[in-house]
Design a protein around this ligand. Structure first.
Ligand code: ATP
Length: 287
């Protein structure tokens, strides 16, 4: 029976900008995205019974249709017209949940990539990204991976030059941030600052790491309610520990710091880990 093991990488937002609210209720975004080495592992095994079964290593995560990995498998067989022979998906979760790192979308993308390899190797990545759109806004990027510009709801993707090597420390404080709450804050408080996305892209093209680090910016930080102030204290801690740039990723609450020295990043990780269980060290992943 066919089987495959796929890595589902977490993502960071090097920039996150909100351009406008659309008439369909979604927002037009412009984001520079980056895959990092922190990953879940997704195993897909053919069972021959015609069903989709999901299990995962986190007890409170759903295993039914509401698991994005399950939904991705359903959408894949629907969209391609391939008959489901019966598959079992096992997810070994490492990426923290509700962290702004697209963990669920990344599992969904890993299922799509795995099923493509097993049953439809002729389907292009662009086509797989379009299938992913039906699962969630971040899924096309997670299929695409690496360094990329994501526009629209996140589904319009442009490959960007890889970020020069550097190291990341990620720290998730122990509370969730509600994404709808943040979007509603953006409605009530007008955004004053926006990331210099064009400058970020030029810096990536020139492999100018200081220019890249200087332009890391997420507009959600500007509207973050005071009750989430710990995000700012983690940013300061990361900078004090030698990060050259620190920022919240996605709709948070995870904060990442970027280091050029591996040793400094490892030391920062060890220090923060004493206070925050969910602290991780990672490198950049190129597509
Ligand atoms: P994003 O960065 O895309 O906004 P996130 O990292 O903040 O996502 P996720 O960890 O992807 O958030 O989880 C968001 C929700 O998705 C949770 O409520 C969770 O129950 C649900 N979910 C469904 N499938 C999965 C999965 N395979 N892994 C994690 N969460 C999942």
């Amino acid at each position: 029976m066919a089987e495959i093991r796929v890595k589902a990488y977490a993502k960071l937002n090097l920039t996150l900008d909100i351009l406008r609210r659309r008439s369909d209720g979604y927002h037009d975004l412009r984001m520079v995205m980056q895959s990092i080495s922190l990953h879940d592992i997704v195993y897909i095994r053919e069972t021959g019974n015609g069903d989709i079964e999901v299990s995962n290593s986190v007890a409170y995560l759903p295993c039914d249709r509401s698991n994005l990995a399950y939904h991705a498998a359903e959408v894949f067989f629907d969209a391609t017209g391939i008959e489901n022979p019966g598959i079992r998906i096992e997810i070994d979760k490492v990426i923290p949940v509700c962290a702004g790192m697209a963990g669920g979308s990344s599992d969904a993308a890993a299922v799509l990539r795995g099923l493509r390899e097993l049953y439809a190797p002729d389907i292009s990545i662009a086509c797989l990204c379009r299938i992913g759109e039906q699962v969630g806004s971040d899924v096309p990027y997670c299929v695409f991976g690496g360094t990329a510009l994501a526009e629209g709801r996140g589904e319009i993707l442009t490959r960007l030059p890889a970020i020069p090597d550097c190291w990341v420390v990620l720290c998730k404080p122990p509370f969730p941030v509600s994404t709808p709450e943040l979007f509603s804050c953006v409605q009530t408080k007008r955004l004053i600052c926006h990331p210099d996305t064009k400058g970020m892209i030029q810096s990536l093209e020139k492999k100018d790491l200081p220019g890249i680090l200087h332009r890391i910016y997420n507009v959600f930080e500007e509207v973050l309610p005071d009750k989430y102030d710990e995000v700012y204290s983690i940013k300061s801690r990361l900078m004090d520990l030698g990060a050259l740039s620190a920022c919240m990723t996605g709709s948070g609450p995870t904060v990442f710091g970027i280091f050029t020295e591996r040793k400094a990043a490892e030391t920062a990780m060890e220090v923060l880990k004493k206070e925050y269980d969910q602290t991780y060290f990672a490198s950049m992943i190129h597509a």
